[in-house]
Design a protein around this ligand. Sequence first.
Ligand code: PEP
Ligand code: MG
Length: 746
Amino acid sequence: MSQRSGSNSRALLGRLRDTMASEAKGQERLDTITHLIADSMGTEVCSIYLFRDTDTLELCATEGLNRDAVHQTRMKLGEGLVGRVAKSNKIVNTADAPSAKGFRYMPETGEEIYSSFLGIPIQRLGEKLGVLVVQSKLAREFTSDEIYALEVVAMVIAEMTELGAFVGEETGLKALHQQAVMFRGATAQEGAAQGNVWLHEPRVVVTNLVTEDPEAEKQRLRDCVETLQAHIDTMFDTVQSGDKEQLEVLEAYKMFANSRGWMRRMETDIDSGLSAEAAVEKEQSTARARLEQATDAYMRDRLHDLDDLSNRLLRILTGQGKETGADMPADPILIASNIGPAELLDYGRSLKGIVLEEGSVGSHATIVARALAIPLVIRAKNITTEALNGDRILVDGDQGIVHLRPDEMVASAFRDKIAMEAEAQERYSAIRDDATITKDGTHLSLVMNAGLMADLPSLNHSGAEGVGLFRTELQFLVRSKMPQRSELSSLYKRVMDAADGKRVVFRTLDIGSDKVLSYLPHVEEPNPALGWRAIRVGLDRPSVLRMQLQALLRAAEGRPLSVMFPFVAQMNEFDQARAEMDKAIEREVRLGHPIPESMEIGAMLETPSLAFAPKRFYETVDFVSIGGNDLKQFFFAADRENELVRRRYDTLNLSFLSFLQQISERCAETATRLSFCGEDAGRPIEATAFAAIGIKNLSMRPASIGPVKHMLLRTNLNDIRDAIKQAHAEGVQSARPYILQSLSGK
Ligand code: PEP
Ligand code: MG
């Protein structure tokens, strides 16, 4: 940018700032701004279009077009040239507007006499706010200097919009972040919650937009970038050398923080009159717009890193830390772009719900949210930009929907939903202590899945007879270094103490695939779900497995102990794992420690191969537990974490049901205890089918025990067996409609 245009631009920004600081009303401000811009750019027309709702733009001020059209002319997103700028988030610069793609003639504005058109999106950090347009009669394209100057102005208008400068009766514009917004994400943990927004990372508010002393401002930016670089160096020191992903992110941070290009762009922004903060935000907004369009995963990751880094720099510049001094509201619902498992555990059960912009069903945060039974919606796009601390929010974890600042109708429907659930819970608590006996007299055992000490109180609340699956990964996942045997042992002991004699089945470490430990060397695998995971790691690198088995033996202090090994695919893996247990026991005996008075060692059946293992396997193993989440993904070859396929196959598909039945029959033949501990055990209809084919032990989330028991108490398993038989006879794909019909008594 030339010196002259720099000082021109600064003068214009200075006048805009005065407008902002003045007592003027919203409309007056808008009118002044369009006048100032047209004057400074030497164009006949300058107009500002702002969003009326998410889909409609409205002409809010103009210099040069017919003023009667103000607040009258509206267009949909994508409609006309203005709508095209807003929709594509890209500039339109043309010498011949009437012939440009998408042009729409709006007679009320009188714009047909203007040939040149330059439209710039007004957006802040990816949030679309409107369009700024200049037009002139002379047919010419605008120069890059002019475009740049107008971009800077659009940035300031975006900030002013954000700060509520144009709100008022005459403009009809409401303050941003006050309207009801619905987000459609994906469900990661079911349940409904209502509460108030608590932002994990509060937004940085920039009020100082313009500078008159660019040299001092550039120095301030350079100083803060230096501080940022020092922060990154410190972060490098704290990251474990094995954590490749973290190191990659830090490398990217470092690259950007030292990037001359980034610095140069921000300095040019400052030369044109923006403050250092506004310059950072301007470049951040550009990066966000590119992020929207990037399809390459690596590129997306890096743009994301730049976004994070810009936030850090903004915090340094404004002195606004994560700590804003605000108090956490009552019934907090955590909003974050993403969050690590340890941070989430720190919040613990104080949270009523969680909404993430990113996340995946298998992420560590999701595992923690599930363990804590907190409703979680993931992939709620742009929620961190929209939500403000304290906003009212409803989280529907069943549908993956979030209502921010809901209107009364939505809120009342939601209250009804929660009340109905509470009512159902009441009903379940009445049967909590009843044995689970079906109408035909079959006794079933309902137990719960757990993964945290904090889960244990649910044993009493839910009426679970014990813990059918205690996932031991969390204690490993949330630490930055390998936990010690004594730490594990004391946790397992507390779990057994809290279970107070009820059976707890501990599953040995199930890492690999999606669960990566930062302190263990990470092996790059082409297909981690089929890779080096669970018992495979345990047997190849037995030190962790041995440490864990010892911790369990010590924790038992002579009490009965149940242990199972995850992801056993063939008989010898179980034999070897069991041999490790025998060795661990021998060692304990040698050391004079007490050993459990009785012990059961089981295997999780999570790969179809184990179903066909030799009979000796079924004779040797003390129990088999079907890990339905994994078993189903391998049976149907459908990734359990891939939204595109994960709901595609029905658990009650007769192929799968027949397969489960074969496992059940093999276990019956050798009198091997069989249980099912995948998510499907907690679904009432599925549970009746499992029970009907002979799976009598079902392990599920504590909240599912009530609904499943309620269903089983009313069910005659002979009817379900008949329904399945009929579905087979009719050669259909799934037994679901037949079971549903039978359950509804028709
Ligand atoms: C399963 O695969 O069904 C299971 C219970 O284990 P996880 O969900 O922990 O893989
Ligand atoms: Mg599994």
